[in-house]
Design a protein around this ligand. Structure first.
Ligand SMILES: Cc1cc2nc3c(=O)[nH]c(=O)nc-3n(C[C@H](O)[C@H](O)[C@H](O)COP(=O)(O)OP(=O)(O)OC[C@H]3O[C@@H](n4cnc5c(N)ncnc54)[C@H](O)[C@@H]3O)c2cc1C
Length: 310
């Protein structure tokens, strides 16, 4: 299991595979399960469909580690135009961005300028902008930029990863500022010196941090929690916890990836919980897709079925 995960995560960083595999037809076909299409229009169409089921959306244009300034500018312009389309379509969709897609590797100031523009525009249409959390080399700077922006405007949220040992300490500074937080287990390959190595520890960290973010102290500070997980055991534990502690249903939401555990998504919506699915689109999907395969090796067999099943 772990070997497979290591191989897939190493593959996600391969430039050769990224350039070649995206052209292989069976790989493109297999991605359909998690991604309605490469165009924003495909994502909006899927957002309209899930809306019928009482499910809101987060949209993300795939891309990371942009090294050309003009490209980062194009990405920021794209998100602003996409927010306009969301407004026009009347869909409850929020954007989620990666800071390295907005030029973080080129300079913190450039990235912050793009991020601010997107958040300012989002405020005009009453939406939140989410910041994805990337590999551990970016954790500190991502949280610094988040806190700087949060001091200026409330409509921004950030993902934090429960596999990182540092996250509990990070909450010490995020809770008092009333942060909007998406809690995820973490999708990158990290050493045991900084990340919990076993699944049980990551899951327990998830529950501990999640309940801390749902506490009265956090809610009073204005914290909003997105529980980004497909883990049924954890979801059941949170359902029990919020019931026992009278946590209002509008102080948190469940968040899942488009196409994964659809019945569970519908069950939560039907039970009166807020739920959003993250819909990805764009041409730069290879590293993201490999991380999805690494999360569940059974997905690799799904790809193989596409190879042999025609
Ligand atoms: C809305 C959202 C936003 C995210 N943002 C980030 C981010 O910013 N940074 C980051 O590092 N990670 C992010 N992730 C990914 C996250 O870190 C995990 O890698 C991913 O959610 C899998 O963990 P899990 O909590 O679902 O639990 P797991 O223990 O991995 O999975 C539990 C069960 O869910 C199902 N499942 C999980 N993943 C898949 C899959 N890919 N295909 C099919 N079934 C699956 C399986 O049945 C599995 O047994 C995000 C996830 C979500 C849902």
């Amino acid at each position: 299991m772990d070997v497979m995960r290591t191989v897939l995560l190493a593959g996600s960083e391969s430039t050769w595979l990224r350039e070649h595999a995206v052209r292989w037809r069976f790989v493109r076909r297999a991605t359909k399960r998690f991604m309605p299409g490469e165009r924003l229009e495909d994502a909006l169409k899927a957002a309209r469909e899930v809306k019928q089921l009482g499910i809101a959306t987060i949209l993300t244009r795939l891309g990371e580690n942009v090294t050309v300034a003009a490209e980062a500018q194009t990405v920021a312009d794209h998100y602003i135009a996409a927010q306009e389309q969301v407004r026009a379509a009347g869909i409850d969709a929020e954007m989620s961005v990666k800071l390295t897609q907005l030029g973080l590797d080129l300079g913190v100031q450039t990235c912050y300028r793009h991020l601010t523009r997107i958040a300012e525009h989002a405020a005009t249409i009453g939406k939140t902008v989410w910041i994805d959390m990337e590999g551990s080399g970016y954790t500190g700077v991502t949280l610094d930029l988040y806190k700087r922006l949060r001091a200026e405007r409330p409509n921004v949220g950030v993902a934090v990863q429960t596999y990182l040992r540092r996250t509990n300490a990070d909450l010490d500074t995020l809770i008092p500022i009333g942060a909007s937080i998406r809690l995820v287990k973490g999708a990158y390959k990290e050493p045991a010196s900084i990340a919990f190595p076993t699944r049980a520890e990551v899951d327990e960290s998830y529950f501990r941090l999640g309940t801390r973010l749902l506490s009265e102290e956090a809610r009073k500070a204005g914290v909003f929690l997105g529980l980004g997980t497909h883990d049924s055991t954890l979801i059941r534990r949170f359902e029990a916890h919020v019931g026992e502690h009278d946590v209002p249903k509008d102080s948190f939401e469940f968040e899942m990836l488009y196409g994964i555990r659809r019945e569970e998504q519908q069950r939560l919506a039907a039970s009166g919980y807020r739920i959003r699915v993250l819909i990805s689109y764009g041409e730069y999907w290879f590293p993201w897709y490999m991380r999805r395969l690494a999360e569940r090796p059974a997905n690799v067999w799904f790809v193989m079925k596409n190879v042999f099943g025609g």
